[in-house]
Write a protein that binds this ligand. Sequence first.
Ligand SMILES: [Cu+2]
Length: 125
Amino acid sequence: MRHAALPLALAVLCAAAPALAQPALTAASPSADAVVSAPTVITLSFTEAVAVPPSSLALVMTAMPGMANHQPMKVTGFATALADQGKTLKVTLPRALPAGTYRLTWHAGSSTGESADGSYSFTVK
Ligand SMILES: [Cu+2]
């Protein structure tokens, strides 16, 4: 009896899996550890469609050329929109990013309540 019941239990688990999928980051521009020149747009692409809100993004300048002891400086005033049928978060910056090192922190949430978080750094030359 226990052996007969097991395949059914597995089948139920497998059928439920796609609905519980978290949005995973598949591509980003600028990408992690990239060195780019003055980006005006940041894009993050996910395996699942996400929604805004709850998806959000924070961008902090952590270093600047020629400036020792740079305090984390938050970049504000950007607009977040969806593209690619909700699978891409497109962030339009108020102006091209000046030279420095940045830390990008993202939160991606789907309309079904699944979410994921991540962060990475990139450099503007
Ligand atoms: Cu700065």
